[in-house]
Design a protein around this ligand. Structure first.
Ligand code: C2O
Ligand code: CU
Length: 541
């Protein structure tokens, strides 16, 4: 295995998009930020030099970081921020991941502008489980805010008001021809006739799931979240914030160009930017321009069936060469009700006259981010930082997805973690609820990938639903789409000691408290214990 070194300079840079200019935080002045690349099993050292004006952390989304939570990154969970004018070197340890992942800032909403792709090639001497593509290209989907995202979210938290929605979306940093002032810079992918391309697609959008497709070209999805899947032939994908997908397509058309497009899939009552980012697949050579441009036909923004149909078609490759290791029996089931609800508040951060503000919760606990990171607190036994009593089930059982009009909407804030013994086979059942606004939730877990063994609509039935679990070829993910008013069951072995954040990857929901922490205790041997705390961790102020 090799070692790679990268420098990430966090710096402000000016960008003009959708007819307006702003300064924003970037890595090395680029948007999206640099792609980092390694082979399976390699280690990357990334020196983050903060030349900005506020503290930031970076997370390596989907990298398990075996025994090394110190470099995982979520702010005030595994480290305190890298203060302006200081630097910190992350040790990113790749293990079983192969395919595409991504990195992003994990401090408030800085990930809007601070993110990029991680490409993990097969180990030396091995190849893809599909014919080697002619070329590869990362495709990063993101949100674009005309305003300063940090100022917006700071103000939103201070006043208890809902965060502003984005002004649109981008593909590889460019909004594309459908947005004002944007058609000069539309991203173009040039292709040669009859060649096959591998797109490494990252959904870095802040708040909306996306449908994506290419006009007149069929897609073959071959990996999700850096694990191979049984190839899916489709005209569109649905990708949630946080997810990554590897998609092949062959340039088999004979006109000069075709649009690829990303537009939101949105199933909640909250408002969202209902607009489409485009890029162009440009054929090299003498091809006629189409008389009118071809756009992919994507499902409507509220097409839940199309979204679920795609999601349910994903299965692990699960063959001799790429075996899976889903636990057949479990030691622990954690049942988590996922809700958008309200918080009573009595200070200035209330947005309504009756003293309520929008909140989100897991098992009715709305996560309150501490001032000292939980990892340090756990390691140093600072028992005032968090409570190790995150509930294993909701405080009350009700008809979660039915009529909830007589269920209290109120939640309470807390900084709670769930303790798990090393080596336990864990099942987590996420249960969507109809409280507040029902919505789907891309639930993400740090430190692990997990198997999605079952999902369905309505309330989870602990007697009948497990009998239908897929233990043969469940997809291996780090971010699972919990369907609106439905449930999703995941399994994994808790063999990675550390402090691991778990949260909805819709940033708005995470900000409102849809987060918690799993703490996997050390095993009994040095090899099953956390690495020692590096002496150079950023200090907490
Ligand atoms: Cu992609 Cu906790 O994040
Ligand atoms: Cu959510």
């Amino acid at each position: 295995a090799d070692i790679h070194y990268y420098d990430f300079a966090l710096q402000e840079a000016n960008f003009t998009k959708m007819c307006s200019t702003k300064s924003m935080l970037t890595v090395n002045g680029s948007f999206p930020g640099p792609t980092i690349q390694a082979r399976k099993g390699d280690t990357m050292f990334i020196k983050v030099i903060n030349q900005g004006t506020y503290g930031v952390t970076i997370h390596w989304h989907g990298v398990k970081q075996p025994r090394n939570p110190w470099s995982d990154g979520p702010e005030n969970i595994t480290q305190c921020p890298i203060a302006a004018g200081t630097s910190f070197t992350y040790e990113v340890i790749l293990s079983t991941e192969e395919g595409t992942l991504w990195w992003h800032a994990h401090s408030d909403w800085t990930r809007a502008t601070v993110h990029g792709a991680i490409v993990i090639l097969p180990a030396a001497g091995t190849t893809y489980p599909f014919p080697t593509p002619y070329k590869e290209q990362t495709i990063v989907l993101a949100s674009w805010f005309k305003g300063d995202v940090m100022a917006m979210i700071t103000n939103s938290i201070a006043t208890g008001t809902n965060p502003t929605q984005a002004d649109g979306y981008t593909i590889n940093g460019e909004p594309g021809d459908l947005y004002d002032c944007s058609n000069e810079t539309t991203y173009r992918l040039s292709v040669e006739y009859n060649k096959t391309y591998l797109l490494r697609i990252v959904n870095a959008v802040m708040n909306e799931e996306q449908f994506f497709g290419i006009a007149n070209h069929s897609l073959t999805v071959v990996a999700q979240d850096a694990a191979y899947i049984k190839p899916i032939n489709t005209t569109y994908i649905m990708i949630t914030p946080g997810q990554t997908m590897d998609v092949l397509f062959t340039a088999n058309q004979t006109l000069s160009h075709f649009y690829m497009a990303a537009s939101p899939y949105h199933d909640s009552v909250l408002t969202f930017p209902n607009s489409t980012a485009t890029a162009i697949v440009q054929y090299e050579g003498n091809y006629t321009a189409p008389s009118s441009p071809f756009f992919p036909t994507l499902p409507a923004y509220n097409d839940i069936d199309a979204a679920q149909k795609f999601t349910n078609s994903v299965k692990s490759l699960a063959n001799e060469e790429y075996p899976i290791s889903v636990p057949e029996r479990i030691n622990t089931r954690i049942y988590i009700a996922v809700s958008l609800n309200a918080l009573r508040c009595s200070n200035s951060s209330c947005d309504t006259a009756d003293g309520d503000r929008t909140a989100a919760s897991l098992n009715n606990v709305s996560f309150d981010t501490p001032q000292i990171d939980i990892l340090q607190a756990y390691y140093g036994s600072l028992n005032y930082v968090f409570d190790p009593d995150f509930p294993s089930e909701p405080p009350v059982f009700f008809n979660f997805t039915g009529d909830v009009s007589n269920v209290s909407m109120y939640t309470a804030q807390g900084t709670k973690a769930r303790m798990i013994d090393y080596g336990q086979a864990v099942e987590i059942v996420y249960q969507g609820t109809n409280l507040g606004a029902a919505s789907s939730h891309p639930m993400h877990l740090h430190g692990f990938s997990f198997y999605l063994v079952g999902t369905g609509s309505g309330n989870f039935n602990s007697v009948t639903d497990p009998t239908n679990y897929n233990l043969v070829d469940p997809p291996e993910l780090n971010t699972v789409n919990l369907p609106k008013n439905g449930w999703a069951a995941i399994r994994f072995v808790a063999d990675n000691p550390g402090v691991w954040f778990m949260h909805c990857h819709i940033e708005r929901h995470a900000t409102w408290g849809m987060d918690t922490v799993l703490i996997v205790k050390n095993g009994t041997t040095p090899n099953t214990s956390m690495l020692p705390r590096p002496t150079y961790m950023p200090p907490c102020s």
